[in-house]
Design a protein around this ligand. Structure first.
Ligand code: SF4
Ligand code: SF4
Length: 446
């Protein structure tokens, strides 16, 4: 489990000492696996952070004194050795640039035998750069967008209702209408920016509200009063801005008299969990896979058969970072006719889909390659369907599946010559679907 977003310099030095440079983290890092360059390995990121903070503390660090001689620290060591408190931004900028090429998937930290929380160190380095006045375009634009519109897209926040308005009329249970803000209900469905504002992800909340209506579960939506959860800001080092908007959401939920917040986005779930831990508010946070599992386990609905071989992709923020592995698997196993084949690696060892850490925006080509690698692992299970429980994973994997080459060794299109070094197993026709969409399509009429 990841400790918390952001950390202090002392924390970095403490864990810098614990890193024994064994390289175990390299074997599970998707970015290192792709680049095969030490500078992109998790241990090099830890080493760089440690060097910077030791320099900040005024201690002398000899080049490569604590790491294997073969490691190429060329882009970090010289600056780190001459680093002073008066000119921190150059080296912090270098660390920033390097650490942006990271999925923040947490695989490195999970596999580290010394318990080094690499992800927290990377986030801390981002935070420090921003705290030292670094304002890369990416940060400035996102910050402005969320400040002005309260969502990551930059749209009028009232557009969060559109996914409902454009929907063909849903069957609404007589006792549980979808409620507007200010009508108290126990459960608030926090739909999240992407599912509310990207039409490609509308299917998730649309499926969920139909399932809840069919099973008599009342809920409220915040609509235009739902603001970004703050996670994207935290990832870019803007913790105080993230806390501010998260505080708004909490105030609205508490104001409704709700006792439970349900999210479908794993990152929203992760953020809400931390918010509740930090504030001590009496709110239970659940992920929609938990509600779906409860519905299925209670036999509140009958599921019709679905003859398909399926596998499940663990979203990093839901699995490795939040420990939710079983509910989605139990839901899938309860569908008659569905053959569930586990993917390798899975659960805490699952590989990121390639869309974590906003990598899709920062380096779309790398993101696509990592998604292809995950598709290939899914294909090895014999599954024709990949089910996931995250709008970002669904989007990243679907986009990659859509563009997959038809021929082996031609990953970038038929016009290019074969590239044996880039050989991937071409997955059979794979579909990527959200778990709520699957459950809805199996719901039998009451
Ligand atoms: S696995 Fe842990 S101890 Fe080993 S190199 Fe990576 S961060 Fe350091
Ligand atoms: S968080 Fe993921 S991508 Fe980033 S260094 Fe660790 S394993 Fe690599």
């Amino acid at each position: 489990m990841i400790r918390e977003i952001g950390a202090s310099p002392d924390f970095i030095i403490e864990f810098g000492k614990k890193c024994v440079r064994c390289g175990q983290c390299r074997s599970v890092c998707p970015v290192f696996t792709e680049f095969k360059t030490e500078g992109f390995s998790p241990r090099a990121r830890v080493f760089l952070a440690d060097m910077i903070h030791r320099s900040c503390k005024g201690s002398t660090v000899a080049l490569n004194s604590r790491g294997p001689a073969h490691i190429d620290y060329a882009d970090s060591s010289p600056d780190a050795r001459t680093f002073t408190d008066n000119a921190p931004t150059d080296i912090l900028k270098k660390a920033w640039d390097r650490n942006l090429i990271c999925l923040l998937c947490g695989a490195c930290a999970t596999d580290c035998p010394s318990g080094v929380p690499v992800c927290d160190i990377i986030l801390s380095m981002r935070k420090e750069y921003v705290a030292h006045g670094g304002r890369p375009k990416l940060v400035a634009e996102l910050s402005q967008r969320i400040r002005e519109t309260h969502n990551v897209v930059g749209e009028d926040n009232e557009n969060r209702w559109l996914w409902m308005e454009e929907h063909t009329p849903i069957s609404v249970h007589s006792e549980c209408q979808v409620t507007p803000l200010r009508r108290p209900q126990g459960l608030v469905y926090f739909t999240g920016c992407v599912a509310s504002l990207y039409p490609g992800a509308y299917k998730i909340p649309r499926s969920m509200i139909q399932i809840m209506n069919r099973t008599g579960i009342g809920f409220a939506l915040l609509g235009g009063e739902e603001w970004c959860c703050g996670y994207p800001l935290s990832l870019l080092g803007l913790d105080s801005e993230a806390d501010e908007i998260a505080g708004h959401n909490l105030e609205k939920v508490v104001g409704l008299g709700a006792d439970t917040v349900m999210t479908s986005c794993p990152s929203c779930y992760y953020t809400w969990r931390h918010l509740i831990e930090k504030t001590g508010a009496h709110i239970t946070v659940i992920h929609y896979t938990q509600l779906l599992n409860g519905i299925v386990a209670d036999q509140a609905v009958k599921l019709s058969p679905m003859e398909v071989v399926a596998t499940y992709h663990d979203p990093c923020d839901l699995g490795r970072k939040s420990g939710i592995y079983d509910p989605p698997r139990e839901v899938l196993r309860s569908i008659p006719g569905l053959t569930f084949n586990e993917i390798t690696p899975s659960r805490k060892d699952a590989r990121c889909c390639g869309g974590g850490g906003n990598l899709e925006t920062i380096d779309p080509e790398l993101s696509r390659k990592l998604a292809e690698a995950r598709l290939s692992q899914a294909s090895d299970t014999g599954a024709e369907l990949i089910v996931t429980a995250c709008q970002q994973c669904a989007r990243t994997l679907s986009n990659a599946a859509r563009k997959l080459p038809r021929t082996r060794n031609m990953p970038y299109g038929d016009s290019e010559p074969p590239r044996p070094d880039m050989e991937i197993t071409v997955p059979r026709k794979m579909k990527v679907r959200d778990i709520a969409d699957i459950v809805l399509s199996c719901l039998q009429s009451p």
